[in-house]
Design a protein around this ligand. Sequence first.
Ligand SMILES: *Cc1c(COP(=O)(O)O)cnc(C)c1O
Length: 382
Amino acid sequence: MMEKIWLSSPHMGGTEQSYVNEAFAENWIAPLGPNVNGFEQDIQSFSGTAHAAALSSGTGAIHIALDILGVGEGDVVLVQSFTFCASVNPIEYLGATPVFIDSEKDSWNMCPDALEEALNHFKDAGQLDKVKAILPVHLYGMPAKMDAIMALADAFSIPVVEDAAESLGATLGGKHTGTFGTFGVYSFNGNKIITTSGGGALVSASDDNIKLARKLATQARDNAPHYQHSMIGYNYRMSNICAGIGRGQMEVLPKRIEQRRSNFNRYLRLFEELGWAVEYQNERENTYANRWLSAFYFEPKIFGLNFREELRLYLETLNIESRPLWKPMHLQPVYEHCQYFGKWHCAEKVFDFGLCLPSGSNLSEEEWQRIESAIVEFAKSK
Ligand SMILES: *Cc1c(COP(=O)(O)O)cnc(C)c1O
């Protein structure tokens, strides 16, 4: 069997280990230290956010953001359905209820029309005060339509938490995803565009918000010589070892974005040669995607109903990993009882007929040739 080609695997730049060695040399083997501070500064200067807290995961960052916004028992969060479960689970941790919003065709992210419909629904029912946050996602590194989403959020006075876990470095009008809402969330899990092995960050323009986030992430310890607590906190701080990996990864992040974008374009060229009219997330005017994963949609009216699955299984026989897109949350057994807004079932269609192809920034030319000849062979069999 040929060696496995992964969908997206960690890609070290080379300096990560020296930051980790420094931590060992100075015995900063703790959930705080110079690498944590340095990594937070790196995130701030890269994304242009005023304040950042390095945390143990992106999921933890979403949990803390919603907690600070006062999400609790009986409340509602309007969240993009087409996403990974980590966008939604923290809503349940807090005893609140997710209400799912469909995606739109351009970006595959939160549809502003469906969001407006949901907001009006709660307003007309006299329950707008229950809606504590709006949570859009920049899926696969494509910016959501933040102008329209922020305009609605402002009109209805509801704060926004941006799940930018997949979109580090993606921008809209030159402004980084994660910096539009009251809070933004990044993830450094092993499969993301850069990794700390596991980790996340919460960013905000508000110093108070991030100070409170740091406190909540450290068991909400009060400023006293003994252990004193006047709130319930969490243990969500990032380790100084992981932050060392992060500092090294930040040095190569611009390169990683270029590499992922070039992967995506290489697939587009191949599809053009094959005459495949494949659809994908559109990079609209003034948007810049990081193309974390190369994700494509095979319209069944053109390709047939089984094309995506046949392609996936064919690649699997050659030990090439590919994966269907995120299964929408309103279709998940654990969330199917929840309310859903959307008329076009965009997320469902993209889930049914979409595929993520190998997208690592460390794909070798040899691996690329295996992928390309596999796709060409598959095309011949059609
Ligand atoms: C990875 C991811 C998260 C969660 O991040 P972790 O660091 O793995 O907890 C949240 N939302 C989306 C869309 C993600 O892809």
